[in-house]
Every structure is written in structure tokens, then in C-alpha cells.
Design a protein around this ligand. Sequence first.
Ligand SMILES: [Zn+2]
Length: 113
Amino acid sequence: MLGSVDGGQKSVQVAVALENTFAGEQGTFYQLRPEDLLKADAEARRRGMDLVGIFHSHPDCDAYFSKADLENSCPWYSFVVLSIQKGEFHHANSFLPDADQKVAAQEELQYPR
Ligand SMILES: [Zn+2]
């Protein structure tokens, strides 16, 4: 997610789709190439924005932050989880992992409905 940070508030302007490189069942886990993230970061800077977070979806599942999501995270990005029910967007939540990636606080998330 590319956008801007103003004080404690992040705004997402552009969503860039990155390939899920997880070799197993795609709906169960996601993995990103570090170089893809670096490319997204460079793209953000080229457009005068920042890489503010990373989103992924939970097919036919609630938008919670799983243990694997927490372990797979990093503290400085917002992690938005989308709940996709029967192929349609249902709801989303955003989480901000702490520096040790032990807890992720749920952030207030506003999106068009
Ligand atoms: Zn997840």
C-alpha cells in the first residue's frame, strides 16, 4: 500500500499487487519477495509517496491477524487484512505490530463502503 503518513495517520493512495510466492496452498499463507517490497518502496518514492503497509486477504475467513501474520510482519508497516467471502470483499481490519512482533494493535481503519 503506497500513500502518505501525516502524524499518526496513514493514507493509502495506491494498492500495488505483489505475487504471493508461497509454494503451498495460496489461500492459507502469503510470502513476498523482499526485492518486490523494495521495488514497491522505490515506486512509492518515485511517486512522492511512502510504502505505508502491506495488505493480504483471508478467503472465506474473518479479517483477524493470525500468529503467522504476526511472525511474518515487521513493526513499521500497517498490515491490512481483507476478509473475502465467496469471492467478494466483506470487511477489513488494520494491525500495527509492536517492535518485538509480539503483539499487533488493531488500528482504526476507514475505507469506502
Ligand atoms: Zn493473514
